[in-house]
Design a protein around this ligand. Structure first.
Ligand code: MLT
Length: 324
């Protein structure tokens, strides 16, 4: 196209999101911040999603682990980044509990983000070191009540799923244990395997292979129904603790102010990724499944997230437990 015609066409191209706008996005690799350590459940889900989304977008999505402070350090990194579509966050239920749990944050835990779509909802499991002296949930509860002052419970910091699940467990059995925080349950699992911590409540995406491989003991899955990848593992209700139920939803975010065309493109790529047969099969092996496509949208994600913030606020306020 001659230069003069090209210059005249420029405003129209920009308005359409043409070669210089969202249509050509992305033109370089995208960073995906995981707010927990490598090798853990959020990391595992994120790497599978990043690979499949990257194929649809025609660009590499590079996972960056920014763990610590229950996921708030990684979230802060994204909330304060340039909203140009080249940095994203994959975070979980902590996005709903952080606004109530953390009263002093250096970023806006709600207004700092554009939701792109929900990703998955993962069951949790109560697991212990291999030589823990119990074989059923009832026996484990008896040991917890008897030896609470000697037992260490591992988690990924305040607001992490493993923290919330542990609180629920300790409330359900009316007994407190010493908690040991890590940058994620990836490193916490290594400590459990080495027998240096005793118990942990963690997502199936981090425990299924260890449970099926016999390297940890498992006492319950925290969902109303058993999980196909762990058919022998009883539910908490079957094991005698009906209130001990929790699942962990995950969502994808961009910094606030990311252009809507880019958010829409990312949401489309997320939907394509979640329909990928290889991703679905791997999720199933890890005891989870992608959300339906209708939930992998900004509107469905925003509505779900806001409802979950409202659900957790009174629970956290009543417990009077804050991160500061
Ligand atoms: C992780 O990826 O380490 C976990 O999601 C941590 C947690 O929330 O328990």
């Amino acid at each position: 196209m001659p230069l003069r015609r090209a210059l005249l066409a420029l405003p129209a191209l920009l308005a359409l999101g043409g070669p210089l706008g969202a249509e050509s996005y992305p033109t370089r690799p995208i960073a995906l911040v995981v707010p927990f350590a490598a090798g853990g459940p959020t990391d595992t889900v994120s790497r599978l999603v990043a690979e499949a989304m990257g194929r649809d977008l025609g660009q590499t999505i590079v996972v960056e682990n920014v763990g610590g402070a229950g996921g708030t350090l990684g979230a802060q990194r994204v909330a304060q980044a340039k909203p140009d579509g080249y940095i994203l966050l994959l975070h979980h239920i902590g996005m709903a509990t952080t606004p109530s749990l953390y009263r002093k944050l250096a970023y806006d835990p709600v207004g700092g983000f554009e939701p792109i779509g929900l990703v998955t909802e993962v069951p949790m499991t109560l697991v212990a070191r291999k030589d823990f002296p119990a074989n059923t949930l009832a026996e484990a509860v008896a040991v917890i009540k008897r030896d609470a002052d000697k037992l260490n419970y591992g988690n990924a910091g305040i607001g992490a799923a493993s923290h919330l699940c542990g609180l629920l467990l300790m409330q359900s059995v009316d007994t407190a244990m010493t908690t040991v925080p890590f940058r994620g349950t990836g490193p916490a699992m290594q400590e459990l395997l080495a027998g240096r911590i005793d118990l942990m409540c963690d997502q199936t995406t981090n425990t299924t292979e260890q449970i099926n491989g016999g390297t940890v003991k498992a006492f319950a899955v925290t969902t109303p129904e058993r999980v196909a990848a762990l058919p022998k593992l009883a539910t908490s209700k079957e094991g005698g603790l009906p209130g001990f139920e929790v699942t962990v939803w995950h969502g994808l975010y961009a910094p606030k102010g990311t252009p809507p065309e880019i958010v829409a493109r990312l949401s489309k790529a997320l939907q394509t990724a979640l329909a990928d047969p290889k991703l679905i099969a791997r999720f199933a092996e890890l005891g989870t499944a992608p959300v339906p496509a209708a939930q992998a949208t900004p509107a469905a994600h925003r509505a779900f997230w806001q409802a979950d913030i409202a659900k957790w606020r009174p629970i956290i306020q009543a417990a009077g437990q804050y991160a500061d």
